[in-house]
Design a protein around this ligand. Structure first.
Ligand SMILES: C[S@@+](CC[C@H](N)C(=O)[O-])C[C@H]1O[C@@H](n2cnc3c(N)ncnc32)[C@H](O)[C@@H]1O
Length: 244
């Protein structure tokens, strides 16, 4: 079971994404728990201010450290150890290996920034890790938080209907996934590869491995060096090169 605590200025954004399909079922089954906290509830001034002008001047507003610190202290006070993550384009770029590592945590706190970002003291004193979901800048950390909750939750045992599906996903094997097809076998003359209709699982597995290697070599050759390839894989890659 993983509990996610999300600290945000826009709690309403999280209503529908977590209220359908697998994540909804996972919450109903008690496999994951998601609590969304409004940072504004942790302000102490009359105007409930969560942001202020940057010291030294410059455009935009910066999220204040005090409400975030208070929210964090309240949220993790009586609970077991939590991993505290700040969503920021300056963080380590999220990938499947990081999702797998996070799926071993029992408690994850996600802090969503807004405006020009958060006071630097949040990253210096309050967080364990900074994560980016890619080299582009969004208006807030809410979508990145959703991406992380989704990617991590589907790795929690029991969340996916078929426990095999995460194991063969792209990146989980170090390679992109092989092509998948479903019925009909022939649509407008666009045919499913014959081998998949053969019922011979040894041949199908070999075909899938070969296609996985082919796709990865074509689209993401950078993954091959870290994929832990076998002698057989290397031979297949040589054959694919020779064929092309
Ligand atoms: C407009 S951004 C601030 C960007 C900041 N001025 C900078 O250059 O690093 C506002 C907030 O959106 C979130 N954010 C934007 N892009 C992100 C990304 N690629 N990954 C994770 N969080 C992101 C962060 O929480 C950030 O504090």
């Amino acid at each position: 079971m993983i509990r996610f605590d999300i600290l945000t200025l826009f709690p309403e954004m999280f209503k529908s994404p977590f209220d359908s399909s697998l994540l909804k079922k996972a919450q109903e089954k008690g496999l994951i728990e998601i609590a969304v906290h409004d940072i504004r509830d942790y302000t102490e001034d009359r105007h409930r201010m969560t942001d202020d002008y940057p010291y030294g001047g410059g455009s935009g507003m910066v999220m204040k450290v005090e409400p975030i610190a208070r929210a964090l202290e309240d949220v993790i006070r009586e609970r077991r150890a939590a991993k505290v993550i700040l969503l920021t384009p300056q963080g380590k770029v999220f990938n499947q290996i990081m999702a797998e590592e996070l799926s071993a945590c029992s408690r994850i706190v996600l802090i969503c920034g807004r405006y020009e970002g958060v006071d630097e003291r949040v990253r210096d004193y309050l967080v364990d890790e900074e994560i980016s979901i890619g080299d582009y800048v969004l208006t807030g950390g809410e979508l990145p938080a959703m991406v992380i909750v989704d990617a991590v939750s589907r790795l929690v045992s029991g969340v996916l209907g078929n426990c095999d599906s995460a194991a063969t996903d792209s990146f989980s094997t170090g390679l992109l996934e092989y092509p998948q097809y479903t019925r009909p076998a022939d649509f407008r003359g666009w045919k499913v590869p014959e081998v998949l209709l053969s019922g011979n699982h040894r041949v199908i597995d070999a075909w899938r491995r070969r296609e996985s290697l082919r796709k990865t070599a074509l689209r993401r050759p950078d993954l091959l060096s870290k994929a832990g390839l076998t002698e057989g894989d290397r031979k297949m890659l040589e054959e694919l090169k020779a064929d092309s």
